[in-house]
Design a protein around this ligand. Structure first.
Ligand SMILES: C[C@@H](N)C(=O)N[C@H](C)C(=O)O
Ligand SMILES: [Zn+2]
Length: 195
């Protein structure tokens, strides 16, 4: 429905709009895997490597990144908002809700409240998180006991700052975070415009 002046004033509408993260910060590193063929779909499914999210997700993510920067790290993004049609393509390849959200229900990525991320050092090297992004196996879960102390420390660093800034970790994937206040937002299938 059409936004009214009153709900714009109390921030509800403006916080829910989709925005390009790059318009709000230059402090992120991008490795948008689905804008390349280097992903489990084995095909480029995004026209360009933009990171669109709801404004409230962007605000919390920037706060988290500021904390990482103070410690000498930065967030590197693998995925952000994901149109529902792409979720359907993913589900067709991995129809397992442990690793890919069922499009019938919709992913928080389709709602603009989820990100797939890791941490990099000031010179851009990724911290060792024990598995590659989108490793669909037990080794990627937070509770997996077989990881080294350093990997545990790196995953915990990511988790502690993200959860302090309003995100929930996803037990089975160390890279996936959901904005808690974004869980009930509507699913979208809109595709962003590329330059
Ligand atoms: C496909 C993977 N990167 C991912 O985001 N999985 C979660 C469960 C999702 O689809 O929401
Ligand atoms: Zn994810």
């Amino acid at each position: 429905s059409r936004p009214t002046l009153s709900n714009i004033k109390n921030n509800e509408v403006s916080d829910s709009i989709f925005v390009d993260l790059k318009a709000y910060s230059d402090d992120f590193v991008y490795d948008m895997k689905y804008a390349t063929a280097d992903n489990f779909l084995k095909q480029k499914v995004y026209d360009c490597a933009s990171c669109y999210l709801r404004l409230k997700t962007v605000k919390s993510l920037i706060k988290a990144n500021e904390e990482f920067i103070k410690k000498g790290y930065k967030i590197k993004l693998y995925d952000c908002y994901r149109p529902l049609d792409i979720q359907k393509k993913m589900w067709a390849i991995v129809p397992n809700s442990k690793y890919v959200a069922n499009p019938a229900k919709g992913s928080i990525h389709n709602r603009g409240g989820a990100i797939d991320i890791t941490l990099v050092t000031a010179n851009g090297s990724e911290l060792d998180m024990g598995t590659a992004f989108d490793h669909f196996g037990n080794e990627a879960s937070h509770s997996y006991k077989g990881v080294s102390k350093q990997v545990k420390k790196n995953r915990n660093l990511l988790k502690s700052i993200m959860t302090r800034n309003g995100f929930n970790a996803f037990e089975l994937e160390w890279w996936h975070y959901n904005l808690k206040v974004g869980l009930k937002d509507p699913v979208s299938n809109t595709k962003w415009i590329c330059d």
